[in-house]
Design a protein around this ligand. Structure first.
Ligand SMILES: [Zn+2]
Length: 81
């Protein structure tokens, strides 16, 4: 077996403070639709949670709370599973 180290160059790092572990995103103008089914006893069961983001989604550093540039956000999206 070859010795394949994970490429750490692919890790996102905050350009402002160097944080590479904590990030958060904020969605503007999101519509969140939640579907319920009413049970025979009158209680409700949540079925689906549908969110539709109409505005921009921005990515922020969780340490210094600076907004990260759009190219960071693109990379972030590719790496979220
Ligand atoms: Zn930062």
């Amino acid at each position: 077996m070859s010795n394949n180290e994970p490429t750490i160059a692919n890790r996102l790092t905050c350009p402002f403070c160097g944080n590479d572990t904590d990030f958060f995103q904020i969605a503007e103008d999101a519509i969140i639709t939640t579907h319920f089914t009413q049970n025979s006893d009158g209680s409700f069961t949540q079925e689906v949670n549908d969110s539709q983001v109409l505005g921009e989604i921005k990515l922020f550093c969780g340490e210094c709370e600076e907004e990260l540039p759009p190219e960071f956000f693109d990379r972030f999206n590719e790496m979220v599973f």
